[in-house]
Write a protein that binds this ligand. Structure first.
Ligand code: SF4
Ligand code: SF4
Length: 119
């Protein structure tokens, strides 16, 4: 579930509000989104993936993290590199390598295609 909107990182682009399929966010003071309906979060990670400022953190749980969880501690998430890490891992953002380039899968190179086409 969405746990953190970092006010210090947010650039008020409103992209997270636009991409959230369940309307979790509301526009807050200064244009910074607030988590208004956390219970509606589907843990789809789309907001974190789209945030250009790595200002969001979605915990990989279907329920809110406990109140004392470090996953609700922005300073901890920033220091540990977890804030915005989903976007980084999939390679979205300037200068990052697209995650699809790193995916493990069957060889799809020219040699394989050529050999499969031979009688
Ligand atoms: S994880 Fe998905 S459902 Fe949850 S706030 Fe982000 S975009 Fe909305
Ligand atoms: S997508 Fe990121 S930078 Fe844009 S409004 Fe949401 S939290 Fe702020």
């Amino acid at each position: 579930m969405i746990e953190i909107v970092s006010a210090s990182r947010c650039v008020t682009c409103d992209v997270c509000i636009a991409v959230c399929p369940t309307n979790v966010f509301e526009l807050g003071p200064g244009g910074i989104p607030v988590i208004a309906r956390q219970g509606d979060c589907q843990t789809c990670f789309m907001c974190e993936a789209h945030c250009p400022a790595d200002a969001l953190f979605v915990a990989p749980f279907t329920h809110p993290a406990p109140a004392d969880s470090p996953l609700r501690d922005e300073a901890h998430l920033a220091a540990s590199g977890l804030l915005g890490s989903y976007r980084r891992e999939i390679g979205w953002g300037r200068g990052r390598k697209p995650g699809a380039r790193l995916a493990v899968g069957p060889e799809l190179g020219r040699a394989r295609i050529t050999s499969a086409a031979l009688p």
